[in-house]
Design a protein around this ligand. Sequence first.
Ligand SMILES: Cc1cc2nc3c(=O)[nH]c(=O)nc-3n(C[C@H](O)[C@H](O)[C@H](O)COP(=O)(O)O)c2cc1C
Length: 235
Amino acid sequence: MSETQQQREWAPIHGLPYRSVPYRPERMPEAESRETAARLRTRMDERRTVRQFSPDPVPEQVIRDAIACAATAPSGAHQQPWTFVLVKDPEVRRRIREAAEHEERVSYGGRLGEEWLAALRPLGTDEVKAHLTDAPALIVVFQQRHWLGDDGAKHKHYYVDESVGIAVGMLLSALHLSGLAALIHTPSPMRFLSEVLGRPANEKAFAVIPVGYPAPDCRVPDLVRKSLDQVLVEV
Ligand SMILES: Cc1cc2nc3c(=O)[nH]c(=O)nc-3n(C[C@H](O)[C@H](O)[C@H](O)COP(=O)(O)O)c2cc1C
């Protein structure tokens, strides 16, 4: 972390221009760049969503560092519209599981509709969410839909879905590259998360991310990812 980052605290500067500062990162030699990209491609392809967790504890600082990585994400107008709640307390995880399973029973019971249920069927997921209590930690991500000025005025945040989605992608990458497994879980609807965690009205739950090590008998669906040819169009 640079000296400047350590010393300066973020504060909203709504309506004011930023001072501009030089940005001259050292250019990576091409060979190193190629090697880094190829290695990263392989490492990222090894990431899998895990749904069966070991209760073994994980180094908490690794999770905090991953959250700090996520918080470096770009965001619309640099509004950083996210809050990450790290839940370790077993009783709070139990309450989250109970409420999530309540919603999921209704969802899998038909609320999702046949098309959505058909899309989920290949994964074999159901309303039992043991990962919420098995994993030693949950990161509950909230979107801040707006912020309140000192005078109580409501200011809209822009591109909140995109910004938080990018931050969560960076979080999942950081956790994976640091040796931890995760699942992005989106029990729908997620209002109960604000209630259980006592979050303010400007925040809306985005996802619950159990984090830990895979259980010794963990299995994952043998899914196939699209090839580069199928996702890349070069013009
Ligand atoms: C926005 C989003 C929501 C998801 N919600 C759930 C969920 O509620 N439950 C679940 O088991 N998996 C969920 N997943 C995980 C996907 O099913 C998983 O990423 C996909 O099957 C591909 O598997 P992989 O992550 O191992 O590549 C979600 C993924 C994303 C990106």
